[in-house]
Design a binder for this molecule. Structure first.
Ligand code: C5P
Length: 407
């Protein structure tokens, strides 16, 4: 690890929360790994830990003020020369100022005066962490590219326990290294609550269209991607309804509606979509069904059956027609070649905000695998590629794109 961040300039912002004492450990680890750490403390931070401690451990003395005699514009120098700005702990006040673009001190001015990546590590009491104002500020910052290392569960100040404790210093340092190495930081599952209170409806699995009482037309869909989406949304705070054709485990707390045919899936989806903020059609709906399923089992003795097919309803297109204002609608397009171009055409035809394209003929991609590789297409022309990764990671990437579209 030491070589990859050797000599890289990290501005370590420390704001005024009890977790400021843990920033000492973050500072020490970064310096040990060879980074050049410049500590910037707010006045409130110095109430929790002495600036001498940071000055002694870091690569430069602590800076605190915009009004330094030695440098009339310290924030622009810090912002321009930093390879990374890491704020740990980040208080609700700091996040609020940053999201609102208010530069009321050296640290808030520095994060606004930089093009370097910025990581914020919030720490606060659970009630504050879960407050809509804090979550909305974080969602705003995340949408602008700020990397959030979310807090963990555990003991808080005053003897309380819950979600809000500063992430472990080792995790914060690992995030800094990952960002400096250009690998990006993957939020551990269930730690970001950016879908708090959102109603998310997900469909999963392949539909089964009966030929007779024992046979059906279906496809290779396993439902894994849809279930991963439901779980990721629940972990991120959403109220989830999962309409699924499979018996896979559902996320705790999610309402599960088991369906089998395209018709039963359509009924469930249209019913629940009316009240959803986000609708994700990850199911593989059969395109054709026997027009009249046989009432009794077809027998070989009767010769080859003459099965007349008809198209199934296009649920996604209907959801697109009926969707309420503000609802985010997402479709999936599993293709075997030209996936992105075909998905782009479907995005327009079905009236969705996002279409997730995957080429299921590629190795490790799509049906029944635990991994997937997709391109997320936006109605605004945006394209985001997600290389081969777990279905959970793909789910989080899709939700990141959805989060960017929610008011
Ligand atoms: O047209 P195609 O089947 O490729 O479109 C894929 C997308 O449309 C998926 O999101 C799928 O869930 C949805 N779909 C649907 N109803 C159908 C066929 C597909 O909702 N009958």
């Amino acid at each position: 690890m030491s070589s990859s961040i050797e000599g890289r300039r990290i501005v370590l912002g420390v704001t005024g929360g009890i977790a400021a004492y843990k920033a000492i450990e973050v500072c020490r680890r970064l310096v040990d790994a060879g980074a050049h750490v410049i500590p910037v403390m707010t006045d409130d931070a110095t109430r929790f830990v002495g600036e001498v401690t940071f000055s002694a451990l870091a690569s430069e003395p602590v800076q605190k003020s915009l009004w330094s005699e030695a440098d009339p514009i310290p924030h622009t120098h810090l912002g321009k020369t930093a390879d990374l700005i890491l704020v740990a702990p980040a208080t609700a006040r700091f996040l609020g100022c940053y999201a609102a673009g208010i530069s009321d001190g050296l640290l808030t001015a520095t994060v606004l005066a930089t093009r370097a990546p910025v990581i914020v590590c919030p720490a606060m009491h659970t009630e504050m962490w879960e407050h809509a104002a804090v979550q909305e500020n974080l969602a705003t910052l995340a949408r602008r590219g700020v990397i959030v290392v979310p807090p963990a569960e555990g003991r808080l100040a005053g003897g309380d326990a819950g979600l809000g404790r500063l992430a472990d210093p080792a995790e914060i340092v690992a995030a800094a290294v990952a960002v400096l190495e250009g690998r990006g930081y993957q939020v551990p599952s269930g730690r970001l609550r950016d879908f708090d209170g959102r109603r998310v409806l997900v469909s999963a699995g392949g539909t089964r269209e009966p030929i007779d009482p024992v046979r059906f037309i279906s496809n290779r869909s396993s439902g894994k991607q849809g279930h991963a989406l439901a779980r990721a949304a629940a972990d991120r705070g959403a109220d989830v309804i999962l309409v699924t054709t499979t018996n896979r485990p559902a996320p705790p707390g999610a309402k599960v509606v088991r369906v089998d045919t395209a018709a039963s899936m359509e009924e469930a989806m249209l019913e629940h979509a009316a009240n959803a903020d986000v609708v994700i059609m990850a199911a593989a709906v059969a395109d054709f069904r026997p027009k009249v399923p046989a009432e009794a089992k077809l027998s070989k003795a009767d010769g080859l059956p003459d099965i007349l097919l008809e198209p199934t309803p296009d649920i996604l297109r209907e959801l697109g027609r009926r969707r309420p204002v503000g609802q985010v609608l997402v479709g999936f397009a599993a293709e075997t070649g030209d996936a992105v171009e075909r998905a782009a055409a479907k995005l327009t035809a079905k009236g969705v905000d996002l279409m997730v394209a995957n080429d299921v003929s590629a190795a490790g991609v799509g049906f029944d695998h635990d991994t997937n590789a997709v391109t997320i297409l936006g109605a605004d022309g945006g394209r985001r590629q997600v290389e081969l990764s777990s279905k959970r990671q793909v789910a989080d990437a899709v939700l990141d794109s959805v989060a960017g579209l929610l008011d």
